[in-house]
Design a protein around this ligand. Structure first.
Ligand code: FES
Length: 311
């Protein structure tokens, strides 16, 4: 926690806790002023917290924002008044009197950890958004699907801790998560369908639409972007004749873009299923794809040097 610095005169009110408001509050607080940071939303962070990356550098928005949120959250000179709005301002420069309305949150702020489980399990929301929960397991599966589902279930404990493992097995088997089977997952594990969908849509590895046999992921993180990742993506779109997010008609290839695969030294990087290719150029793409078209694939890492060994 940041130490309270020497007190200066007066206090300052900052309205809006976006990245600008937070930085202003931090600068003032570090200068020794007491800061009241008023934000009408339920938390500090503002719109930037909803962005994936920033223009024009494609830097991760959260990497810019998170340190300021942490500093603001722990600074003893900053009093956060979230879910609040300024109602009136009276007085003059140096002697303002400001009335702030704080909206009710309907939770115990001392106990809330922000885990979101109450939202996921909210009976009002679930009933409003989904069909009768008693009907979830009654969706008829084809005999073949029913057997596959039962076989997958038999390999796991029947409780909510198994959800991700069950979804992984289903995703591996079908290359996506069929809607009917998700309903049976909810019923079998006795969890809200909303929870199943929140996991199914959160993880990149899951898909709600059928994917191709080979999923090509092109890294568009900062290092790969700078090293020409965009040209690689365009080259693959042209060669496969599908846009990003699409799947070829023969269901052989799906094309996706991802952020940083964690091997920036090999940029630009692509992966095809479990295989990783580094230092990729447009000229190398036909040769790489040919391996998969001819199904001569062996699993491995293929940076510049290693990929030659696979040729
Ligand atoms: S930016 Fe592509 S691997 Fe890190």
């Amino acid at each position: 926690m940041i130490k309270k610095t020497d007190q200066k005169v007066g206090a300052v009110l900052v309205v809006g806790a976006g990245v600008g408001g937070m930085q202003a509050s931090l600068d003032l607080a570090e200068a020794g002023y007491n800061v009241y940071l008023v934000e009408k939303g339920p938390s500090i962070g503002g719109v930037m917290a909803q962005l994936d990356k920033t223009f024009p550098t494609n830097d991760c928005a959260m990497c810019t924002l998170a340190p300021r949120m942490v500093d603001c959250g722990g600074h003893l000179n900053i009093e956060k008044l979230t879910y609040s709005e300024v109602e009136s301002i009276e007085g003059e420069a140096g002697n303002f009197r400001i009335r702030v309305r704080k909206k009710p949150r309907f939770i115990n702020e001392d106990k809330c950890t922000g885990c979101g489980t109450c939202t996921t399990n909210c009976p009002v929301l679930n009933i409003a958004h989904f069909e009768d929960v008693d009907e979830l397991g009654k969706v008829q599966l084809k005999e073949e699907d029913r057997q596959i589902f039962q076989q997958i279930l038999s390999q796991h404990d029947i409780n909510r801790e198994s959800i991700i493992a069950v979804l992984q097995d289903i995703n591996n088997r079908y290359r996506y998560l069929p809607d009917d089977i998700l309903r049976h997952v909810a019923a079998a594990l006795n969890v809200p369908l909303s929870l199943v969908y929140s996991l199914a849509t959160f993880y990149n590895a899951f898909s709600l639409v059928p994917r191709g046999k080979y999923v090509i992921r092109v890294c568009m993180g900062t290092a790969c972007h700078v090293q020409g990742g965009h040209q690689i993506l365009q080259g693959l779109e042209r060669m496969l004749n599908v846009p990003v997010g699409g799947t070829t008609e023969d269901m052989n290839f799906s094309l996706e873009e991802v952020r940083c695969l964690g091997c920036c030294g090999l940029a630009p990087v692509i992966t095809i299923n479990e295989d990783l290719y580094g230092s990729v150029t447009q000229a190398k793409l036909p040769k790489i794809l040919k391996r998969y078209r001819e199904e001569e694939v062996s699993v491995g890492i293929a940076s510049e040097g290693v990929s030659d060994a696979k040729d």
